[in-house]
Design a protein. Structure first.
Length: 72
């Protein structure tokens, strides 16, 4: 996940979280993100759903429809 800042830029709050592959600068939805924007593990995707990019969410869930089985 990589942050997208709002109108205030990197001094302001994070506006949206997008899904990126590794530390790519282009999100799954096609949006280019700032190289200085913070990264977060995709495990945090459910932590703040109101700020998730809906397009990234749909694409991400389609690619990873279920979580690994922890019970092995
Ligand atoms: Zn996105």
């Amino acid at each position: 996940m990589r942050a997208e800042y709002g109108p205030a830029g990197s001094s302001g709050p994070v506006a949206n979280w997008h899904i990126v592959r590794n530390d790519d600068l282009v999100a799954m939805c096609g949006r280019e993100l700032d190289a200085a924007a913070p990264l977060q593990d995709a495990a945090h995707w459910t932590a703040d759903p109101d700020r998730n990019c809906h397009t990234c969410g749909a694409l991400y869930l389609r690619e990873s429809p279920y979580l690994p089985d922890e019970h092995g």
